[in-house]
Design a protein around this ligand. Sequence first.
Ligand code: ADP
Ligand code: MG
Length: 302
Amino acid sequence: MTALLDVSHVSKQFVVGGRLSRRRVDAVVDASFSLSADAPEIFTIIGESGSGKTTLARMILGLEPASSGDIHFEGRSSGERRRRRARLDFMRRVQPVFQNPFETFNPLKHVDRYLYSTARTLAGATSRAAAAAAVDASLQKVGLSLDEVAGRYAHELSGGQLQRVAIARALIPDPALIIADEPVSMVDASLRMSIVNLLRDLRDTLGVSVIYITHDLATAYYISDRLAIMQQGYVVEMGPARAILDAPEHPYSQLLKESVLSVDDAGLGHLVPADRSAAIAALEAAATTSLQERPDGRVVRA
Ligand code: ADP
Ligand code: MG
């Protein structure tokens, strides 16, 4: 059986700073996981700001090369996507939803133009009517319609509506995987749950898998099937979401759970828990530790 996605020992280093202050940032260290092609799921990557979530997502999307390790999607590596045709095939199957919909959509362009363009390049629509039908069908899947968004500019829509449009655009080519990088962090708190619910509905009705990236434990609680917790580039705990959220094992996972329950600004990406010392000590040991398997299916860096 071929996995939908297989991430194997992937690391990414950046070199930052000038000639005299050069240093290496380990953005992602030895990440491994896979998604099954048979069972759509919501796989959540959670961690505070700077833990490596976006870098991992960009490597999976082929927007950033890995420094080491392999990523295969439906059995093919990114190196096998150099030709335009293979790249288009990949883009039909894997679609991103980014954090800030107001950056995704150019303020001077009608938002539906993006959807038409995707319908033409990725869904094979050759006429205006065929493209309109594909666009409208996708918008319906997210609770909107072409009538509602045709001719509108980004600023005429709310953050929540715009993120729905971004998800509708992603759905046009009928992807198998959506990678949503903090899709609700720019969305009004009162609307977050409806977007998160939408992702869950898409899993159930369309069979699409979702890599949901967040720093928000509340939404992760609600929709995740599996969870990977990242801290400073390392996956420190990964497995069935319920098992981890109910009884986190790694000190950082415990900290994450405690913080979200106690910190008022959870959702801003800054966890300021009372005592980070245990988590930091565990992280400092991380280079010499490895992921160990537990009977309940989780792996913990220990
Ligand atoms: P997250 O999405 O979890 O906030 P990122 O993946 O954006 O984390 O960043 C992880 C680390 O890699 C951070 O220390 C960040 O500063 C660094 N980083 C990310 N992208 C770059 C880049 N293009 N150049 C240099 N450093 C980067
Ligand atoms: Mg990020």
